[in-house]
Design a protein around this ligand. Sequence first.
Ligand code: SAH
Length: 244
Amino acid sequence: MNVDQQEIEKFTAIASRWWDLEGEFKPLHQINPLRVDYIIEKITGQSRPVNGFNNDVLSGLKIVDIGCGGGILAEALASYGAHVTGIDLAEESLTVARLHALEKHVKNVTYQHISAEDFALANTEHFDVVTCLEMLEHVPDPSAIVRAAALLVKPNSPVFFSTLNRNFKSYLMAIVGAEYVMNLVPKGTHDFNKFIKPSELMRMIDNTPLNIKATMGLHFNPLTQDYYLSNTNIDVNYIIHCHK
Ligand code: SAH
């Protein structure tokens, strides 16, 4: 199976802290509003209103979130009205995700412990949107996940991937900076060798019926401790928006 058990154990060990806004997953909480707005803009073709999108902007859409973890993205998309299924192979993370949805009364999100490949065989062309963020750099064969995402999405529908680029700058920012200098995430969270260059991810996408529509970089400013999007710089963390 396309899973690195050590990766699952790493996430299992800290699963109880998925919703601790100051804990190990703080960076994911901080980037979440940015990536959610980006995804909604691409899905709907609307730009974000000053006061944010209405909470029914995604109603009627079925979304699958691959590698959902504690549900940071899945629950946010559900809060905009989508019916979201989160899948992951770390059972403890799913338990935390289910509890959090109960606590927040988010009813239209469900979670399943299943691999993307198995889920895709059972749910081919079942989803209006597929998201797979910050997950590909944790699996032995990311191209199999890309193929599963392409199978899951309906024709003429969007898929979003995000991961970390592999170069000296991403090494400095995502490993030295985030794990050692700023202690943003635990040491060993990321393995530099598993980072994926945009050209590599694009090749994986090109081997499926998906077409690339746009790329967007996501950056951390160590001085202001803020994150921001940039469509001219995909040196470190980046999102690829594609379409079947
Ligand atoms: N997508 C979420 C979580 C990213 S953390 C977000 O962006 O907020 C990476 C997640 O990938 C973890 O939850 C981990 O358990 C999951 N993961 C790692 N290997 C996996 C695999 N082979 N199949 C499914 N999920 C996996």
